[in-house]
Design a protein. Structure first.
Lengths: 451, 288
C-alpha cells in the first residue's frame, strides 16, 4: 500500500482496502474471541463498518464480495458514517507509515497502542472533534487536560510552560505508546528519565539557546548517573527526584525543591543520615536560621556532577567563604602537600573540622575542641602529645596581635633576607661596574687580565 | 701592579706550558663542596615547589616528578647528605684542633673566623669600587668567601635543625612548645629562601659571572689555581708564603684537561638549574 497517499476522499482505494485487508478484532472488541488467535480463517473479522463475520475457508471470497456490496450500498446511502471503536480508525491509521497532507505521520501502531496505558480508550475519547467518517482535514489538537487536569495545571506553572513546543509528548513521547512509569518501556521509567530530559538538557545547542548549563553529561558521570545507568539502581536519584516532574520550578523560586533553602530537605529525602548530621552542624543551623550565605549540599558537592570534595579541590571550596582560614592554611605544610601531592594523604579542612556536622571548637563534641585535638591530630601524627597539638594550623605570622612570637620571627627573618640581599646586591653591582671600568681602561693592555 | 706585569712578562717568556699551579683546596674541601652543591640544588629544586606550592610551575613539577611524596623523599635524602657533609666538616675541624693541634684555625691569616683585616678589606673594597684608593690585599680567604662559609654554616644549622624538628615533629614536641613547630616552618622556609637567593645570585656572580672569574672559577673543582690567579686574588697570602718560604710546598701540577671539562659541564649545569630556580623564586616571592 502506498503509505504516502492521501486517503481522505479516496473512495476507490477505500473500497479496495476494505475488501483486501480485514482488520482483526481484539478480545475487548470481539468479546468472546481471544486476541491471540492467529490470523487465519477461523478468526472473527470486522469490516470497516462494524459487521461481524465468521469466515470459513473457501467462503471467504464470497463473503468479501457480499460485504463489499453491502458496504457499497450503505456508503452510497449514508456517505457520513458514525465511528464506533479504535478499529474503525485503525483501518486507515493502522498503517504506521501513513501521512497527512502536510506530511505529518498520522499512523498508529494498533498493537502498541492497545498495550499502552491508553489502550482502553477509544480514539474519539481524545480526538474529541472526530465524530464521524470522513473526518475534517484539520483536526483539533488533543487536550490531555481533559483527563490529566492536575499534571497539566502543574506543568502550566513550571519552567517548561514558556518553552515553545514543549508539550506532554516532549517527555512522555508518542501518546499512542505511553506506558506507566513503572514500565521499563516508559520514557519516564526511572532508568529512562535522564535520557528523556537529556534530549534537551544534554543538547549543547538547546542549552546554549536557553542559556542553561548542559547538565546531562555532568549527571551521567556522577555517582547518581553511574548508579542509574551502569547499575540500573532504581533508587538512584534521577532528574525528577530532585526537580520534580510536572511542576518543575526555577531554583530561584522559593517553592522549588532545588531552591537553596530546600536543598537539604531534597537531598535528605534519600540521604537522611547525612542531613541529620548536617542540620546539627554550623552550616545547617545557619541555613535553618535563614542565613543563605552558609553552604548547602550542592555548594560543596555540586548539583549534577556530585563531586567528592575530599580532593585538593576542597580547600579552595571551603576557602571561597573562609578566605582568611585558607590564607593561613596556605602557609602550612599541610597546604603544601595538599597543593602538590597527588599520592599523599594530608590534612585538608574536613580532616580536622569534619564535613557534615561541623562544630565550633567551643563545642566539646567538635574534633577541633582542645580536649579532642590529640585524637584528631593523632589520626595522622602518631605520638601526638599535648605539646604537639599546640601547633597552630592556622597561625598568622603576619598578624602582630594574633601570633606575636611568630610575627617577630617572620619579621626578623624578613629583615635578615632584606639586609643580606641588599648589602650583597650593592656589593656585587658596584664590584661588577668597577671591574668593567678597569677592563675598559686597560682594553689595550695585551693579555692582561682585569684584577 | 708591577708584580702583576712582571709575572705576565714571565709567562710570556716561559710560555703557557710553564705556568705554575698552586694548591688552594684539599681533597676533603673539594669533596664537601661537591656534596654541598649537589645536595643544595636537590634541596632547592624540591623545597621551592613546596614553598610556592600554589604556583602552577610548582604543581606541574610535582606532578611530573611523581608527586609530593617523591619531592619530600628527595628533599630528606639531600638534607641528610648535607647534614653528613656538615658533620664531616665539624669532625675535620675537631680533629685538626684537638688531635693535630693545628694552629691558626680560630684566629690568624688562614682562619675562617672574620677579623679586623676583613672589616678593613671590605671598607677598602668599597672605596675601590667607587674609585677611591687601591684594591685591598686579600689573604687566604676574602671576607666575602668567609661570609659564604658562615652563611652555609649558619644556614645548615638553622635550616637543618628546623627541618628535623618538622620531620620528627611529635618527637621534638616532647621538648619544644607547640608554637616552636610553627616557628620551625617559618625559619626553615625563610632562611632557605635567603640561601637560594644568595647562592643563585651573589655566589654565582662572585664565583662565575664576575668579569674576573668569567666563565668560572675552577679552584673549588680542581683544587688548584695558577700563579697569576694566586697573585691577583690572594696577594697577601702569596706574599706571606713567599716570605715564610712555604710557597713551594703549595706547588702542584697542572690540572688534567678532562677534570676541567667535567668541572665546567657540572658547573654550568648547576648555574643553569640555579638561575631557573632563582627566576621562579624571585617571581613567586614578589607575587606573594
Amino acid at each position: 500500500m502506498d503509505g504516502s497517499c492521501n486517503y481522505q476522499g479516496d473512495w476507490k482505494r477505500f473500497f479496495l482496502f476494505c475488501g483486501t485487508k480485514p482488520v482483526k478484532l481484539s478480545a475487548t472488541d470481539a468479546g468472546t474471541e481471544s486476541a491471540d488467535l492467529p490470523n487465519n480463517h477461523t478468526g472473527r473479522y470486522l469490516t470497516t463498518h462494524g459487521s461481524a463475520l465468521t469466515s470459513t475457508g473457501n467462503s471467504l471470497l464470497l463473503w468479501k464480495t457480499l460485504v463489499l456490496g453491502i458496504a457499497g450500498i450503505l456508503l452510497f446511502l449514508t456517505p457520513v458514517q458514525k465511528l464506533h471503536a479504535q478499529t474503525d480508525c485503525l483501518s486507515c491509521h493502522g498503517d504506521t507509515t501513513m501521512q497527512d497532507a502536510a506530511g505529518h505521520n498520522v499512523g498508529v501502531n494498533g498493537d502498541t497502542f492497545k498495550a499502552s496505558v491508553h489502550g482502553g480508550l477509544a480514539c474519539k475519547d481524545c480526538h474529541t472533534n472526530i465524530k464521524a467518517y470522513p473526518h475534517p482535514d484539520k483536526v483539533e489538537p488533543v487536550k490531555c487536560v481533559a483527563c490529566h487536569a492536575d499534571e497539566v495545571a502543574n506543568s502550566a506553572g513550571s519552567v517548561h510552560a514558556s518553552v515553545p513546543g514543549h508539550t506532554c509528548a516532549s517527555c512522555h513521547g508518542d501518546i499512542h505508546a505511553v506506558f506507566p512509569k513503572g514500565d521499563p518501556k516508559s520514557n519516564v521509567y526511572p532508568l529512562n528519565v535522564p535520557r528523556t530530559c537529556g534530549t534537551c538538557h544534554g543538547d549543547a545547542n538547546v542549552s546554549k539557546q536557553h542559556s542553561m548549563t548542559n547538565v546531562y553529561p555532568a549527571y551521567m558521570d556522577s555517582i547518581h548517573g553511574f548508579a542509574l545507568s551502569k547499575e540500573g539502581l532504581l533508587v538512584s536519584a534521577n532528574c525528577t527526584s530532585c526537580h520534580g516532574s510536572h511542576h518543575i520550578l526555577s531554583h530561584n523560586d522559593p517553592q522549588s525543591p532545588t531552591n537553596k533553602a530546600n536543598i537539604p530537605a531534597t537531598c535528605g529525602t534519600c540521604h537522611a543520615g547525612v542531613v541529620t548530621d548536617y542540620m546539627a552542624g554550623v552550616h545547617g543551623k545557619a541555613i535553618a536560621a535563614g542565613n543563605m550565605k552558609a553552604p548547602v549540599c550542592t555548594d560543596c558537592h555540586t548539583a549534577h556532577a556530585i563531586s567528592q570534595p575530599s580532593t585538593a579541590l576542597s580547600t579552595p571550596l571551603c576557602g571561597s567563604c573562609h578566605a582568611d582560614k585558607l590564607t593561613t592554611y596556605r602557609d602550612t605544610f599541610h597546604s603544601h602537600v595538599s597543593s602538590l601531592g597527588t599520592y599523599v594523604e594530608v590534612a585538608r579542612c574536613s580532616d580536622c573540622h569534619g564535613s557534615h556536622e561541623i562544630l565550633p571548637a567551643s563545642d566539646p563534641r567538635s574534633p577541633v575542641a582542645p580536649q579532642n585535638l590529640i585524637t584528631t591530630c593523632g589520626k595522622c601524627h602518631q605520638g601526638a602529645n599535648a605539646s604537639f597539638v599546640q601547633y597552630q594550623p592556622h597561625a598568622n605570622p603576619h598578624n602582630r596581635h594574633q601570633s606575636p612570637i611568630l610575627w617577630f620571627i617572620q619579621f626578623a627573618m624578613g629583615m635578615l633576607l632584606l639586609g643580606t640581599m641588599s648589602f650583597f646586591v650593592l656589593h656585587t653591582v658596584l664590584w661588577f661596574i668597577r671591574s668593567e671600568v678597569e677592563r675598559a681602561k686597560r682594553g689595550s693592555a695585551k693579555g692582561e687580565k682585569d684584577v | 701592579m708591577s708584580n702583576v706585569k712582571s709575572s705576565a712578562d714571565e709567562i710570556a717568556v716561559h710560555g703557557q706550558e710553564s705556568e705554575r699551579y698552586y694548591t688552594r683546596f684539599n681533597g676533603l674541601q673539594k669533596c664537601l663542596h661537591t656534596v654541598l652543591f649537589i645536595a643544595f640544588l636537590g634541596l632547592a629544586a624540591t623545597g621551592l615547589p613546596m614553598r610556592f606550592s600554589t604556583n602552577i610551575w610548582a604543581q606541574k613539577f610535582a606532578l611530573y616528578s611523581g608527586g609530593f611524596g617523591v619531592l619530600l623523599w628527595v628533599h630528606k635524602i639531600c638534607g641528610v647528605a648535607l647534614t653528613i657533609a656538615f658533620l664531616v666538616n665539624l669532625k675535620d675541624l675537631a680533629e685538626r684542633v684537638l688531635i693535630k693541634k693545628e694552629k691558626g684555625i680560630f684566629w690568624g691569616p688562614t682562619s675562617m673566623v672574620p677579623n679586623f683585616k676583613d672589616a678593613g678589606d671590605m671598607l677598602k673594597n668599597f672605596a675601590w669600587f667607587v674609585g677611591l684608593g687601591e684594591k685591598p690585599k686579600i689573604e687566604r680567604y676574602a671576607y666575602w668567601e668567609k661570609f659564604d662559609y658562615w652563611a652555609v654554616f649558619w644556614g645548615v644549622t638553622i635550616i637543618g635543625s628546623s627541618g628535623y624538628a618538622m620531620w620528627f615533629a611529635p618527637f621534638f614536641a616532647r621538648f619544644l612548645p607547640g608554637w616552636a613547630l610553627n616557628a620551625a616552618q617559618i625559619i626553615h622556609s625563610e632562611e632557605a629562601l635567603l640561601a637560594v637567593m644568595f647562592i643563585f645570585s651573589i655566589h654565582f656572580i662572585n664565583a662565575h659571572l664576575r668579569p674576573d672569574c668569567f666563565p668560572m672559577d675552577m679552584a673549588i673543582f680542581t683544587g688548584k689555581i695558577t700563579e697569576e690567579e694566586f697573585k691577583t686574588r690572594h696577594p697577601q697570602e702569596f706574599e706571606r708564603l713567599k716570605a715564610e718560604g712555604k710557597l713551594d710546598e703549595k706547588l702542584t701540577t697542572k690540572p688534567e684537561k678532562s677534570l676541567i671539562v667535567l668541572s665546567q659541564v657540572i658547573g654550568f649545569l648547576a648555574i643553569a638549574v640555579g638561575l631557573i630556580l632563582l627566576v621562579l623564586t624571585v617571581v613567586a616571592y614578589f607575587r606573594e
